[in-house]
Design a protein around this ligand. Structure first.
Ligand code: BGC
Length: 734
């Protein structure tokens, strides 16, 4: 009897065990390949579950002023993604718990957010970052942003923005890496590497999102959300290369643009979203639309209603619908009508799930919960933000070596609306940044100069308006000081999304303050904090020195003060040209040659044609001498490489860091080519009195070819030039 009982118990035990084994579905088995898990899961999903996976909604408080006022909807447990307007990991985990436990299949939610230049440790805006010419620092800074994001509940950031931007009226130029395709590519790649780390499943990795695919920077007249006439030639030559580089670097996702590319809006553009991105480049992650961009296809005049808009966006290649709910609402009908097949939906869902699997969300859906003091603003992280700020600041002018401030200076008048400002130094897109974390310019100066130099502060005026009542106090401060430091610039809301300006000059009140201070006869150092190149045509002649600090984030005060005192030797160079006046726009270094380049033909009659500061401009406190460039050979064949080398000597008395920028030009080709194109750069430290060799290996197919309007790269034999500093050396491709 006992024996029978035992056998029954054993039988029951094994039955339970085998049932349990059976009940663990393939997609939950960590040991299996991701593709197998995806297939299993997709096979188990209903149409409704699938469309929810293709949908992104919001949760938490939406502080994006362009998108404010959205009701916080009840979150469906099967939702694919949420934009997480919160920084609370416990809140995130409770929403995730609902998805894991209340949805039928337990699919984790992907939490996305705009972490653009830092989460809480806000570092300089992207436009500033590229002026550092130090992608290694940018990668480190992005890794910090990723860590703080993960610990605050975020898995995915809508960054980097790699839209080549040549119109400084466009507010979003601040989010880009400037006017050059190669620069955007290099910094875009550094950003992707920083966010995604070695592996997306690493604990502190987040998924990157290349945006806004593609050509958004061409928005007509620098207005936002407008038509952008992008020829296939410039698409391939200028706007696609940063995206191709980002995809090669493994960017998990892509966001489509708001813009209309020559009649086919980016968000309904099969050519760019499917033919190029997926078929040609082999991207296997997913594309998310921009905010309400699918619905916007109606305003853009290519869809009559939401259903047609959804169909067009999906057919073009957008897998995830940001905020619109168009897919959820219309897919059942579209499938029934045979306009969308289940295979198409399965393919799209697989792409979304792939990113979730790669992030490790199925196996570890919750974020660790640490005390706030352990998850943000770590000392070593602030130091990185500070290093990046330091290297991104650009000394634009330094007449009679007014900088660094000489030891004979005993008092400085610190004037201007930016001098004690905290919040504007954060720049746009710094949702989790807090003014209280910011070190002001004034605080930096106090720390730097201590009691050695008397600081005489006066605000002088507001950022705009016409109130001159504070002028007198500022003039009095200037009169009792040896030198004037005037801190001007743009409020953070003046750049970023939906923040275009018809003029890139500073408001009249700020310019007027400088004119009044000029009358005191004291030397003037102009400190600028802004999110775009500025028109300095009236200000520049009145001041002795100019330091562009951009919007440096939380740690700009100390680096600026170090530059002013001479403790730090400035090493930033512009990644974007400063036009002399707004009327010169567009002006960028890699324009094509004029048909009549001689005798000032075609120039403006009323203003000079040359910009004030070209791309690549930036001064130092030391002097560098470039040796004649050495070429490994003067003639190369198409499958050979050419090594070019230059020795740079620091001939001054201060250690410095010099970024060497290498360009190529092709004077005769079947199509006209830009006057020169940046192909390589490197920044190295050179101690005073020392020299350092910089080199660049020219790969003909990569560096000398050009794309035709289908993206095919063509290489033509003939003469080429390599440009570095002010040298231009000829070589020949046989
Ligand atoms: C912007 C995107 C941003 C998205 C989500 C849109 O308005 O264009 O850059 O990622 O909002 O906040």
């Amino acid at each position: 009897m006992m024996k029978i009982q035992n056998s029954i118990i054993i039988l029951v035990f094994f039955t339970i065990l085998s049932c349990q084994k059976e009940s663990k579905p393939t997609y939950k088995d960590k040991s299996l390949p991701i593709e197998e898990r995806i297939k299993d899961l997709v096979n188990k999903m209903t149409l409704e579950e699938k469309t929810l996976q293709l949908t992104q909604q919001i949760c938490g408080l939406n502080t994006n002023k362009n998108n404010i006022g959205e009701a916080i909807k009840e979150i469906p447990s099967g939702i694919g993604s949420l934009i997480f307007f919160s920084a609370d990991p416990v809140f995130r985990n409770s929403i995730q718990k609902k998805a894991m436990e209340e949805s039928r299949l337990g699919i984790p939610i992907l939490f996305g957010f705009d972490v653009i230049h830092g989460f809480r440790t806000v570092y300089p805006i992207s436009l500033a970052q590229s002026c550092s010419w130090n992608p290694a620092f940018v990668e480190k800074a992005c890794a910090i942003a990723a860590k703080e994001s993960v610990l605050s509940g975020i898995d995915w950031t809508f960054s980097p923005m790699i839209d080549v931007s040549r119109d400084p009226r466009w507010g979003r130029i601040s989010e880009s890496y400037g006017e050059d395709p190669y620069t955007n590519a290099v910094f875009g790649v550094a950003t992707v590497k920083g966010y995604q780390g070695k592996n997306l499943s690493d604990p502190y990795s987040i998924a990157a999102c290349l945006k806004h695919y593609v050509g958004y920077g061409v928005s007509e007249g620098g207005r936002d959300y407008r038509y952008s006439d992008v020829s296939r030639q410039s698409l391939w030559e200028t706007y696609l290369p940063p995206y191709e580089a980002g995809i090669k670097a493994g960017a998990a996702t892509v966001m489509s643009g708001f813009n209309d590319i020559s009649g086919v809006p980016a968000s309904a553009n099969h050519y760019i979203l499917t033919e190029i991105l997926k078929n040609k480049w082999g991207h296997d992650g997913f594309v998310v639309s921009d905010w309400l961009a699918i619905d916007q296809l109606i305003y853009q005049g290519v869809a009559k209603d939401r259903k047609e808009a959804g169909l067009k966006a999906f057919e073009a290649g957008i897998e995830m619908d940001m905020k619109d709910n168009i897919y959820v609402e219309n897919f059942p009908e579209l499938v029934e009508e045979g306009k969308i097949t289940m295979d198409q939906i399965d393919e799209a869902v697989s792409r979304v799930l792939r990113v979730k699997f790669r992030l490790g969300l199925f196996d570890d859906p919750y974020t660790p919960v640490l005390d706030e003091k352990d998850r943000i603003l770590q000392k070593e992280d602030i130091a990185i933000a500070q290093n990046l700020a330091e290297e991104s600041m650009v000394l634009l002018k330094n007449e009679k070596q007014v900088l660094p401030i000489s030891s004979s200076i005993k008092s400085i008048a610190v004037i201007g609306p930016m001098a004690k400002d905290k919040s504007n130094l954060l720049g746009s897109w710094s949702f989790n940044g807090k003014a209280e974390d910011v070190e002001t310019i004034y605080e930096g100066l106090e720390k730097e100069f201590g009691s050695q130099i008397q600081l005489n502060y006066a605000m002088g005026c507001d950022f705009d308006g016409s109130d001159e009542s504070l002028f007198q106090e500022a003039i009095a401060s200037a009169k009792k000081s040896d030198i004037i430091l005037i801190c001007l610039g743009e409020k953070k809301e003046w750049s970023g999304e939906n923040a275009s300006r018809s003029t890139i000059a500073l408001p009249v009140i700020q310019e007027k303050l400088v004119s009044e201070l000029k009358k005191t006869g004291k030397p003037i150092v102009l400190i600028l904090s802004n999110g775009r190149p500025l028109e300095l045509v009236r200000l520049e002649p009145q001041v002795d020195a100019i330091v562009e600090i951009w919007q440096p984030g939380i740690a700009g005060g100390t680096p600026l003060a170090g530059i002013l005192s001479g403790r730090i030797n400035p090493s930033g160079k512009l990644s974007v040209t400063f036009p002399l006046t707004t009327g010169q726009i567009p002006t960028y270094y890699n324009m094509r040659q004029s048909a009549r380049p001689y005798d000032k033909m075609g120039d403006y009659q009323d203003i000079p044609t040359e910009p004030l500061y070209w791309f690549g401009h930036g001064l130092s406190y030391t002097t560098y001498e470039y040796s004649p460039v050495k070429l490994s050979t003067n003639n190369i064949s198409k499958d050979q490489k050419l090594k070019v080398e230059v020795t740079v000597s620091n001939t001054g008395t201060k250690d410095g860091k010099e970024a060497v920028l290498w360009y190529i030009s092709d004077p005769v080709c079947s199509i006209s080519r830009p006057t020169k194109e940046l192909k390589h750069f490197e920044k190295k430290e050179i101690k005073a009195g020392n020299k350092v060799i910089y080199s660049f290996e020219i790969d003909p197919m990569r560096d000398l070819s050009y794309p035709d309007s289908t993206g095919k790269r063509l290489l033509e034999a003939g003469e080429f030039y390599v440009h570095v500093n002010n040298q231009k050396i000829r070589f020949e491709l046989l």
